[in-house]
Ligand binder design. Structure first.
Ligand SMILES: NC(=O)c1ccc[n+]([C@@H]2O[C@H](COP(=O)([O-])OP(=O)(O)OC[C@H]3O[C@@H](n4cnc5c(N)ncnc54)[C@H](O)[C@@H]3O)[C@@H](O)[C@H]2O)c1
Length: 372
């Protein structure tokens, strides 16, 4: 009989792609997902795999979790409260409490789970690691608000002496906002409880994952989603800061391969592993790639000198640890963008979506304007 996998948050972007591959691999899959309003807007996603059993329920509900965990060998937890708005406690409710409850049920119900895989985020590394010209390393906290107000976007050793960013490894954590602190707490909860109760656990710190099925509705996150919606609607995208902040982007098919690999190999157990794209792009470079994919390079992005409070300047993950386990990112950003454009076809994206999300970020003080 095929082994049973519970995919919590399996109706979402990364979860649903993982479900598809697990089913292809012959697993018996149950999805526990509350079809959260902010991701699904009350609709059942049309891409859900009919071979998976869907339980509409909440990771914070003990009875629902216990029911779904019956006879399960492996668990993925993708359920999350995301974005960077000011409802701080919501992040901890789903991300931290949900993860603690998962271990609570496994331990108290004595469920012989073979492995738990937890979705964490690159943003746990916060601003990451920097270096000066002499090679000395720096570990900066959030950029001072006075710098941001004055349009000084980088990290500096002292006035005028800019630091260079480094590819940051899993050894480093410095989360600074509610989302990343809650993701870090998920890492600590799962690895510590896992060790204590001998439940093999793996934490995956994804960089920005891209491809089809990413919800249109997040207010803040998802460069591919944001720029694609702008270009689709012929609206020039607004780029924050000077557009020179760097990110690494990983394609969903590559991320799913990593998800499956860590389920299969014992060497992944007890590790935090960065799952990234291995190449860095500035946000301006990325937006121009989206413009090219749409054939709309005549639509120039706007750079009004706005910034998002709590944003990191650069975020690029060192992926040598997962590479050593035999994984390599294969798909380009162009493939991810084209995949998302294809996904957007024949799907309704409300005209007011961009305006509404910008308004809500400005009203809550997340988006601000530099004085210069
Ligand atoms: N997409 C990325 O670029 C990215 C990057 C870093 C980390 N991550 C992490 O990966 C995971 C999956 O991300 P995603 O992009 O697929 O997100 P998503 O929003 O598409 O999927 C999350 C799913 O979880 C469900 N969910 C939310 N709250 C729930 C709850 N309380 N109980 C049950 N289900 C709940 C949602 O309905 C949704 O279907 C998250 O933990 C996220 O923090 C994602």
């Amino acid at each position: 009989m095929s082994e049973k996998v519970l995919v919590i948050g399996g109706a979402g972007f990364i979860g649903s792609h993982t479900v598809d591959v697990l089913i292809e691999e012959g697993f018996n899959v149950t999805i526990l997902d509350n079809l959260s309003e902010r991701v699904h807007r009350g609709e059942l996603p049309d891409y859900l795999n009919s071979k998976a059993q869907l339980v509409v329920g909440d990771v914070r509900n003990k009875e629902e979790l216990a029911l779904c965990l019956k006879d399960v060998s492996y668990v993925y937890n993708f359920a999350a409260y995301q974005d960077y708005m000011t409802d701080f406690s919501s992040f901890f409710s789903t991300n931290s409490v949900g993860t603690a409850l998962l271990y609570e049920v496994i331990v108290n119900e004595r469920i012989p789970i073979k492995k738990v895989i937890i979705a964490s985020s690159q943003f746990v590394q916060g601003e990451g690691v920097y270096k000066n010209k002499a090679g000395k390393l720096f570990y900066p906290g959030p950029r001072p608000k006075t710098d941001l107000d004055n349009g000084l976007w980088d990290h500096y050793e002292k006035k005028g002496e800019k630091l260079d960013w480094e590819w940051t490894s899993e050894n480093y954590s410095n989360p600074t906002n509610s989302y990343s602190i809650s993701k870090h707490s998920q890492e600590l909860i799962s690895l510590n409880l896992g060790r204590q109760y001998e439940i093999p656990t793996v934490v995956l710190r994804y960089s920005i994952v891209q491809g089809s099925r990413q919800s249109f509705f997040n207010t803040y996150s998802g460069a591919c989603r944001i720029f694609c919606i702008h270009y689709e609607k012929d609206i020039p995208p607004v780029i924050y800061e000077d557009g020179m902040m760097c990110r690494d982007f990983v394609n969903i098919n590559d991320a799913v391969k990593a998800n499956l690999l860590v389920l299969k190999i014992d060497e992944a157990n007890w590790k935090i592993l960065n799952i990234g794209g291995g190449k860095s792009y500035s946000i301006l470079e990325f937006s121009s790639e989206v413009a090219k994919c749409f054939g709309k390079t005549h639509i120039e992005p706007k750079l009004p000198g706005q910034y998002r409070l709590g944003d990191t300047r650069n975020a690029c993950s060192d992926i040598s640890k997962i590479r050593a386990l035999g994984w390599e990112p294969k798909n380009s950003i162009t493939e991810s963008i084209l995949d998302y454009i294809d996904y957007m076809k024949n799907r309704k994206i409300p005209d007011s979506l961009i305006e509404d999300s910008i308004k809500s970020m400005i009203n809550s003080g997340v988006v601000r304007k530099a004085k210069v």
